[in-house]
Write a protein that binds this ligand. Structure first.
Ligand code: NAD
Length: 255
């Protein structure tokens, strides 16, 4: 299907000649894997809840059981999901250019499962569990599972480990993202609504000399400063872009 998207020749050339690529991804890149974005209409069990209450300290204080159970649901959904052609195209791109950093706001593990090696996780990991008081990462074996949520040995509730709204980003991840954005000569922004800060502001660090490309179904704030807007599903646009720059992926040679 990727042949339906027209990639301008000068865009393909800019990617082919890029020395350092930085990619900022958001929930939209995983939508075609069946992982809902927070801003897409929720269905089923969670339709009547505002997803923001599941990813905030206030929401956890108000109803820790609900927040824990929602994360269990999301963990199961993500574990059953598969990387889609957009994740796979970025993993391929990393093998084709001298340097490529995927900076993701996502808490799923689909970039890694697609084969991307250089992934910076700005918002942490859905599959991590922390103590809500001490903040340290907890191992499964440490948890007292007689309550929901389970408890840390210190007595406090365990909580999902990712970064919640209003919390600071992991400094190492933020530093790595800043360096990659400053250094890149080709920047791709994929499937993010550009409203969650500080991640959204990272694109302001990109040099004026770099080529900036936005891939999104809608026209977001990032599109204003982009050289190219590919207004299409990431699962179609990214394979089309990488194929236009480097040619279609060759099947492995027969032994
Ligand atoms: P968002 O939900 O605010 O926005 C999603 C964006 O993706 C929208 O602009 C939408 O137009 C676009 N989009 C949807 N489907 C697309 C597709 N197939 N191709 C291209 N674009 C598509 O997401 P956000 O900007 O990442 O911010 C929300 C926060 O929620 C982030 O911090 C993120 O950690 C978290 N989140 C993560 C996941 C995940 O890990 N998969 C899922 C939901 C939310």
């Amino acid at each position: 299907m990727s042949e339906n998207i027209l990639i301008p020749d000068d865009l393909a050339r800019a990617l082919r000649e890029a020395r350092s690529v930085a990619v900022l991804t958001g929930a939209g890149i995983s939508a075609e894997s069946g992982v809902p974005t927070f801003r897409s209409r929720q269905t089923g069990l969670w339709a009547r809840y505002d997803p923001m209450q599941f990813v905030s300290v206030e929401g956890f204080r108000r109803n820790p059981k609900l927040v824990w159970e929602w994360h269990q649901w999301l963990r199961e959904l993500v574990a059953a999901a598969q990387p889609n052609p957009a994740h796979l195209a970025l993993a391929r791109l990393e093998r084709l250019v001298p340097a490529c950093t995927v900076i993701t706001q996502n808490i799923d593990d689909l970039h890694e499962r697609a084969g991307s090696q250089n992934v910076v996780r700005l918002h942490g990991d859905l599959f991590e569990t922390r103590c809500s008081r001490e903040r340290r990462v907890l191992r499964e074996a440490e948890l007292d599972t007689s309550t929901v949520p389970p408890r840390c040995p210190c007595g406090a509730f365990a909580r999902p480990g990712e970064v919640w709204f209003g919390e600071a980003l992991p400094p190492e991840a933020l530093n790595a993202a800043v360096l990659a954005m400053r250094a890149c000569d080709f920047c791709l922004v994929v499937g993010t609504s550009a409203v969650v800060h500080p991640a959204a502001g990272l694109v302001n660090l990109v040099s004026d000399r770099a080529t900036r490309v936005v891939v999104n179904l809608e026209r977001t704030g990032h599109a204003v400063s982009a050289d190219y807007l590919l207004q299409a599903a990431a699962g179609m646009a990214l394979p089309a872009l990488v194929n236009a720059a480097f040619g279609p992926e060759q099947p492995p040679a027969a032994p």
